[in-house]
Design a protein around this ligand. Structure first.
Ligand code: SAH
Ligand code: SF4
Ligand code: F3S
Length: 450
C-alpha cells in the first residue's frame, strides 16, 4: 500500500515476552504496509497499547497508560488497545473508553492492517477471539541484534484455576516445525546468535499436530542450526517434563543450562486447588533428577502468595520448598482473582496485608539464597556469549552457559561471540567479570551505565 505521506505508529508494550514478540512483529507488518515507527506518542498518528491481564495490577498499568495519553486524542489520531486485556473485555472497552477506536485480541493481530483501515475510515472496531491463523510471521529489521525470540506455540489448554491466559490467548496451537526452523535459519543469517523459543507451555508443543512431533525433537532440530550459539525456551510446566528434556540439558551444548520451572506453591493442597497436576514431591523429584544429570543447572521459578485457600501452614510449605530447592532466582506474585477463571468463585479472602507480608518474607529469603548463589561463582571462569555493548562502549554485557548476566570490560567487536570471562564480583542479579581486556571492579560498576 503506497501512501503519500507516511503515517507514524507508536507501540507501548506491557506483559510477557509473547506480547513483546507480537508488538515487534506487528510493527514490522505495519512498516511493510507503509507506516513509519514513532519514538514518542506525541509524534504518532496511530497509538497502540499492547496490554496484559494476568493480574489486576498489570491490567491497570496498561489501561492507566492508555488513559494518560487521552489528551492527545484528536480526529486524526487512532487509539488502539491490543493484547490480552482486549480479549478479556472486548466491546466493554469501547463503551467505557470513548477515545478508543480499535480493540484487537492477540489472535486477531494478523488482520490488524485491515482493522486499522476500517478505524481510519471512522468505524469503532472490536476484534476479539481467535480469528484464523494466530501467528504473525513478519520479522523486524535486525540491526546488530544478537538475540531473538520466536513463538513455537500460542495459547494454552491447561486452564490452571487462577489463570486468564487460556481465555485471552485461546487454546494451544503449535506452529509447524518447518516454519520455526526456517525462521531460526533466517534470523541466524542476519547475525542472531541467541534464540529463545516461546510458548505458555512449550512441552506441549506438537500435542495438536499429527503424531511424531515433540518439543524435544524440535529443540534438537533448532540446536543443529549452525548459526545458533545459544538456545533457551520458556515456559515449561512441571506436569509435562519428559526425561528427554532433562537429558537435553546435559546433551545439547548450546542449550543454556537454565531451567525455568514455575512451581506456584509448596503446598500440595494449594497445587491441587490450582489444578496444576503435580504435588510438591513430584516437583522436588524433578529438581533432583535434573540436578543429578546437570549439577550446575540454574533453576528459576514463579510462586504465588495469597491464593484463596492459602493458610499460614500452606505458605510455610512454600517457604520450605524454596529453602529446599534453593532456586537461583524466583518471581513472586500476589494472587489476584481474574474474571472467568475457576478460582474467581472463591473470591479473594486473603487480605492485602497478609499477601504483602508473605510476599516480603519470601522475597527476603530468596534474596539471601540468590546472593549466596552468585557469590559462589566468584573466581570461576565462564564462557560468555556477548549480547551487546553498553551505551558508552566501555563494557560488554553477556550471558554464561547457565544464563546468568555478566558485565565486563571489552571491545565492541566481541559482540555475538563467545569469550572466556573470569567472575570477579557478584552484585544482585549481575556478575562482574574480567577478560583479557581488563578487570571490572565493583566500584567501577556503580559509575558505569550498562
Ligand atoms: N505459562 C506460564 C505462566 C504464565 S503467567 C506457566 O504456566 O508457568 C506467569 C506467572 O504469573 C505464573 O507463573 C503465575 O505465577 C503468575 N500468575 C498467573 N495468574 C495469576 C493470578 N491470577 N494472580 C497472580 N499471579 C498470577
Ligand atoms: Fe496459565 Fe497454567 Fe497455561 Fe501457564 S500453564 S498459561 S499458568 S493456564
Ligand atoms: Fe499477560 Fe497475556 Fe502474557 S495475560 S502474561 S500478556 S499471555
Amino acid at each position: 500500500m503506497e501512501r503519500k505521506e507516511k503515517k507514524k505508529v507508536f507501540i507501548r508494550t506491557f506483559g510477557c515476552q509473547m506480547n513483546d514478540v507480537d508488538s515487534e512483529r506487528l510493527l514490522a507488518r505495519l512498516e511493510k504496509a507503509g507506516f513509519l515507527p514513532a519514538e514518542r506518542p506525541e509524534n504518532a498518528d496511530i497509538l497502540i497499547v499492547n496490554t496484559c491481564s494476568v493480574r489486576a495490577h498489570a491490567e491497570q498499568r496498561g489501561l492507566g497508560y492508555l488513559c494518560s495519553l487521552k489528551h492527545l486524542k484528536n480526529s486524526g489520531r487512532i487509539f488502539c488497545l491490543i493484547g490480552c486485556t482486549a480479549s478479556l473485555y472486548g466491546q466493554e472497552l469501547v463503551e467505557k473508553y470513548p477515545f478508543i477506536d480499535l480493540v484487537c485480541s492477540p489472535g486477531r493481530l494478523p488482520e490488524f492492517p485491515d482493522l486499522l483501515a476500517q478505524a481510519e475510515k471512522g468505524s469503532r472496531v472490536v476484534a476479539t477471539g481467535e480469528g484464523g491463523w494466530p501467528f504473525l510471521q513478519d520479522l523486524p529489521q535486525l540491526s546488530d541484534q544478537v538475540t531473538a525470540s520466536l513463538y513455537v506455540t500460542r495459547g494454552c489448554s491447561n486452564f490452571c484455576s487462577y489463570c486468564v491466559v487460556p481465555f485471552t490467548r485461546g487454546r494451544l496451537v503449535s506452529r509447524p516445525k518447518k516454519e520455526i526452523v526456517d525462521e531460526v535459519k533466517h534470523l541466524t543469517e542476519q547475525g542472531v546468535r541467541e534464540i529463545t523459543l516461546l510458548g505458555q507451555n512449550v512441552n506441549q508443543y506438537g500435542a495438536d499436530l499429527p503424531d511424531g512431533h515433540s518439543f524435544v525433537k524440535l529443540l534438537c532440530e533448532v540446536h543443529e542450526i549452525s548459526g545458533v550459539s545459544r538456545l533457551r525456551f520458556l515456559t515449561s510446566h512441571p506436569k509435562d517434563v519428559p526425561r528427554e528434556l532433562l537429558l537435553a540439558f546435559r546433551d545439547l551444548p548450546k542449550l543454556y543450562r537454565h531451567f525455568h520451572l514455575p512451581v506456584q506453591a509448596g503446598s500440595s493442597k494449594i497445587l491441587k486447588a490450582m489444578g496444576r497436576g503435580y504435588d510438591a514431591s513430584d516437583y522436588l523429584r524433578l529438581i533432583d533428577a535434573v540436578r543429578s544429570l546437570v549439577p550446575e543447572v540454574t533453576i528459576t521459578s514463579d510462586v504465588m502468595v495469597g491464593f484463596p485457600l492459602e493458610e499460614e501452614e500452606d505458605f510455610e510449605q512454600t517457604l520450605t520448598l524454596v529453602e529446599r530447592v534453593r532456586f537461583h532466582d524466583l518471581f513472586v506474585f500476589k494472587y489476584s482473582p481474574r474474571p472467568g477463571t475457576a478460582a474467581a468463585r472463591w473470591g479473594d479472602p486473603v487480605s492485602p496485608e497478609v499477601k504483602a507480608r508473605r510476599h516480603r518474607v519470601i522475597l527476603e529469603l530468596q534474596q539471601s539464597i540468590s546472593r549466596q548463589y552468585l557469590e559462589k561463582l566468584v573466581g570461576r571462569q565462564e564462557l560468555v556469549l556477548v549480547i551487546r555493548s553498553s551505551r558508552r562502549n566501555r563494557y560488554l554485557l553477556g550471558r554464561t552457559t547457565t544464563d546468568l548476566a555478566v558485565l565486563f570490560p571489552g571491545q565492541r567487536d566481541l559482540t555475538g561471540k563467545v569469550t572466556p570471562v573470569e567472575i570477579v564480583a557478584a552484585k544482585p542479579n549481575l556478575l562482574l567479570g574480567s577478560c583479557s581486556a581488563g578487570e571490572l571492579t565493583p566500584d567501577v560498576f556503580s559509575s558505569a551505565s550498562a
